[in-house]
Design a protein around this ligand. Structure first.
Ligand code: COA
Length: 271
């Protein structure tokens, strides 16, 4: 088991394997696991600055959760079929994420008995609470409203609501609008001013400006930073969470060009 620096795990939480006596459990830095959370997984990986609120239950074979996740109170994630969740994910309290359907006796002819992989990409916000997710693929920047039941794949930067989920982007717009690097640079500089300017925190417009000089560099274009895990860096990142800005540690292999666009009222944002 690997538990990162500054990660708090309630003494009332329970972390064990599902079938294995020797599960792979990796929890990143600066994360939080609340009272009565149960993790029963053979392979559980979760990144930095994640919050598993009290009474969450995560069980099954394998799950990978990226950085900056916020999982609401009393939520249940079944990862029997395998679950992959990207960075900056949030789901409201009392929600259910399923990667299997089995219970009725196959002996008696029950037709439903499967496990399936569930994939959630980056910046997905399943808002409100009481959301239900079937084993589908939810693309980057999707948002859903309270009580949504997600039974089909969801398209990048569209908003959905209802049971079953319907695309209401025409009515409500998309979760994100395009912001230029220059605008992001100005906003981040303001956030740093509000936090209290510090000479070891540097805002950049590209990763080309990163230096290995002991300071922490934040690139607003790729939303990555040169993680040092210093006290001042942690305090600044905490001041940005949950809704000003989310950054992930710089890793050259994980930086990819952003390909999403604003959702068009008449259909897919991209193919
Ligand atoms: C998300 C939110 C800010 C969007 O605000 P908005 O742009 O003003 O949109 P509205 O709330 O007017 O909703 C737009 C439409 O979707 C419908 N809608 C809203 N929530 C819905 C839901 N959970 N399920 C189904 N339809 C919903 C509204 O009835 C409205 O439809 P209408 O135009 O036919 O009347 C707002 O819906 C909201 O505050 N939701 C509740 C708070 C919440 O979920 N907070 C999350 C905590 S993290």
């Amino acid at each position: 088991m690997f538990i990162g620096k500054n990660t708090y795990i309630s003494p009332k939480a329970r972390i064990v394997g599902f079938k294995s006596d020797n599960p792979n459990i990796v929890i990143g830095d600066n994360s939080y696991i609340g009272d009565d959370v149960q993790i029963m997984c053979d392979d559980f990986v979760m990144g930095d600055y994640c919050k598993l609120q009290h009474h969450c239950n995560i069980h099954g074979s394998n799950i990978k959760i990226g950085h900056n996740a916020w999982i609401g109170q009393y939520s249940v994630i079944d990862c029997l079929g395998g679950v992959s969740i990207g960075n900056n994910f949030a789901i409201g309290p009392g929600s259910f994420i399923f990667s299997h359907a089995k219970y009725g006796d196959t002996l008696e002819g029950c037709r439903f008995d499967y496990i399936a992989k569930l994939q959630i990409d980056n910046d997905v916000w399943l808002a409100g609470g009481n959301t239900t997710v079937y084993p589908v693929h939810i693309e980057d920047r999707v948002m859903t409203l309270a009580g949504t039941v997600i039974t089909k794949d969801l398209i990048s930067n569209h908003i959905y609501a209802g049971a079953p989920a319907k695309d209401i982007t025409d009515k409500i717009g998309s979760q994100f609008v395009l912001v230029t690097v220059e605008e992001k640079y100005a906003k981040m500089s303001k956030y740093l001013d509000e936090f209290g300017w510090h000479d070891s925190l540097v805002i950049c417009r590209s990763i080309g400006e990163f230096k290995d000089d002991g300071r922490t560099y934040f690139d607003v274009d790729t939303r990555t930073y040169t993680k040092r895990n210093s006290d001042i860096e942690i305090a600044f990142i905490r001041s940005l969470l949950p809704s000003k800005a989310k950054f992930t540690p710089f890793d050259i292999t994980s930086v990819k060009e952003t390909v999403w666009t604003e959702a068009k009222p008449d259909g897919r944002s991209h193919d």
